[in-house]
Design a protein around this ligand. Structure first.
Ligand SMILES: [Zn+2]
Length: 242
């Protein structure tokens, strides 16, 4: 844990003590993954006064003259830069609704040239994870190539306190869940904040297909935020969320 001079310790159950304001860094492969997977949990943390930073690995380049990928072309943009300008604007709205601070790494994912290697992603993430207290990272199902590349990078980095999160909506219909997972404790207000944040990405959600849209529309998404149940970071989160 990062203990700084500004930190004031807070007693919590089980005899452990943590800084009054803990820094949580959520590593998000794309510009909607953190909100979809952990929106309510992030809101539960920020309303308790903790700091949440969302570091998005594939946040694109807003000045890119490249043509948009097949995925981004649905936005009727002339360039990839225009598409990512709009996608980042959506992310800013969603992050504000959750009380989180977005950080955007200027990479393109699959569908574009020059996709970064896992080693390059690790080098970019390292400064953002160096001073965090807890890193929340994509853990399962990691089916998307970009998500798997981020997970590989984090295997190299191994932040001190890491908690893996289930990737929503994909985890709702992926077979063969492995390991122990537990749902986070969130309130109705947290769920409402998540819904508001997720709706900021409506252009993306439209492209999820029927299953993804149904998951968002039926509030299963709001009730299924899960974290890996083991490790010091998981204990800390359980203590904080109660
Ligand atoms: Zn994604």
């Amino acid at each position: 844990m990062t203990q700084t001079a500004r930190s004031t310790t807070l007693g919590v159950p089980h005899g452990r003590c943590y800084p009054l304001s803990i820094v949580f860094t959520v590593v998000s492969p794309h510009l909607d993954d953190a909100a979809l997977s952990l929106g309510a949990t992030m809101h539960a943390l920020t309303r308790r006064g903790h700091e949440v930073v969302i570091v998005t690995v594939f946040a694109g380049q807003t000045d890119s003259p490249l043509p948009p990928s097949e995925w981004d072309a649905g936005r009727r943009c002339r360039t990839a830069g225009e598409a990512y300008d709009r996608r980042r604007a959506e992310d800013l709205v969603a992050s504000r609704r959750l009380g989180a601070r977005p950080v955007w790494l200027a990479n393109f994912g699959v569908g574009y040239p020059d996709v970064p290697t896992s080693a390059e992603i690790a080098a970019q993430l390292e400064p953002h994870l160096r001073h965090t207290d807890v890193a929340l990272v994509p853990g399962w199902p990691l089916d998307h190539t970009d998500h798997a590349a981020v997970a590989d990078a984090l295997t190299v980095l191994q932040p001190a306190r890491t908690v893996r999160y289930a990737e929503l909506p994909y985890a709702l219909y992926a077979p063969g869940r492995t390991g122990n997972w537990r749902r986070t404790t969130v309130s109705m207000a947290d769920r409402r904040a998540k819904l508001a944040a997720v709706l900021a990405y409506r252009h993306e959600i439209r492209k999820f297909g029927p299953r993804g849209r149904a998951a968002v529309g039926l509030d299963r998404l709001l009730h299924r935020e899960c974290l890996a149940a083991s490790g010091a970071g998981a204990d800390l989160l359980e203590d904080v969320l109660g």
